[in-house]
Design a protein around this ligand. Structure first.
Ligand code: 0L1
Ligand code: MG
Length: 263
């Protein structure tokens, strides 16, 4: 049940989207709207999505966030969230990320999938996800909360499209039966130094569990995951801050590597 009026949802969506587009930080929106609920938070996120689509931006995928215990501990929260990926978030592998367009970027190593069939909850399980996975591929997310010093609560994060900002994908695409997503290892390097390591199981025990949760969360709004959807399943490690001049390379067991430079 929503608590905010349509006008307030529209105004908060504009406020947060402006912060994203113009790279300025804001205070968490629950400071002004302490009674807002989960439906309000997702209503604001979906309104941001509609604003972008009305301007011709394409939605090119979905993501889950806060799916690893390390990440939940880092941010002091305890429930995963979902968000959408816009076409202009995508940076080519080996490309540059412009820090002037961002506030305080951090990078996360993730495993992504592409679905072959629609997935609809409630009751979507790892088994359904594995049977509907066309391909597994690596992805690195650049998150950039619009909230000052990454100080937020979960509802504020959801409204802010779960800090989505940029992502890079590439590497080697594998069929689901060619990789074990659970034991798949990743090594993140910044300027040649290893800064984080992990395995797919960090993501809710299995990255496919994250996709199942996404289908079940979307079902609460009567939505499904369409066939052919690119989905980033969530950071395997805690997020690592980056600055202009940094080179990031993430090496994935069986899936190759992904790199980018921050300028
Ligand atoms: O992709 C993510 O895990 C982002 C979650 C949002 C919270 C954050 O900014 O860390
Ligand atoms: Mg992420």
């Amino acid at each position: 049940m929503s608590t905010l009026s349509r006008a307030t949802i529209a105004q908060l969506a504009e406020h947060l989207e402006n912060a994203e587009l113009q790279a300025f930080d804001v205070t968490k929106i629950t400071d002004d709207y302490p009674d807002m609920d989960w439906e309000d938070a997702y209503d604001i996120q979906w309104e941001i999505r509609s604003r972008k689509q009305a301007r011709g931006t394409k939605v090119v995928g979905l993501k889950m966030g806060l799916t690893s215990y390390e990440k939940m501990k880092q941010m002091g929260v305890d429930v995963p969230v979902y968000a959408f990926l816009a076409d202009y978030f995508n940076v080519p592998d080996g490309g540059t990320v412009k820090t002037a367009e961002l506030i305080h970027p951090k990078v996360e190593a993730e495993i992504a999938i592409i679905t072959s069939k629609p997935l609809r909850g409630p009751g979507c399980t790892v088994a359904h996800v594995l049977a509907a996975t066309e391909a597994v591929l690596p992805a690195v997310e650049v998150i950039d909360s619009r909230y000052r010093d990454f100080k937020f609560d979960l509802k504020s994060v959801v409204a802010d499209n779960a800090s989505s900002a940029r992502f890079v994908t590439g590497g080697n695409l594998k069929r689901v039966d060619q990789v074990d997503m659970k034991t798949l290892g990743v090594v993140m390097e910044i300027n040649g130094q290893v800064v984080a390591t992990g395995a797919g199981a960090a993501v809710l025990g299995h990255p496919a569990a994250s996709v199942a949760m996404l289908a079940n969360m979307l079902a609460e709004r009567g939505e499904e995951i369409p066939a052919g959807t690119f989905i980033m399943t969530g950071g395997i490690t805690a997020a690592v801050s980056v600055k202009a001049g940094d080179s990031v390379c993430v090496r994935y067991q069986d899936l190759g590597s992904i790199s980018m430079t921050f300028v």
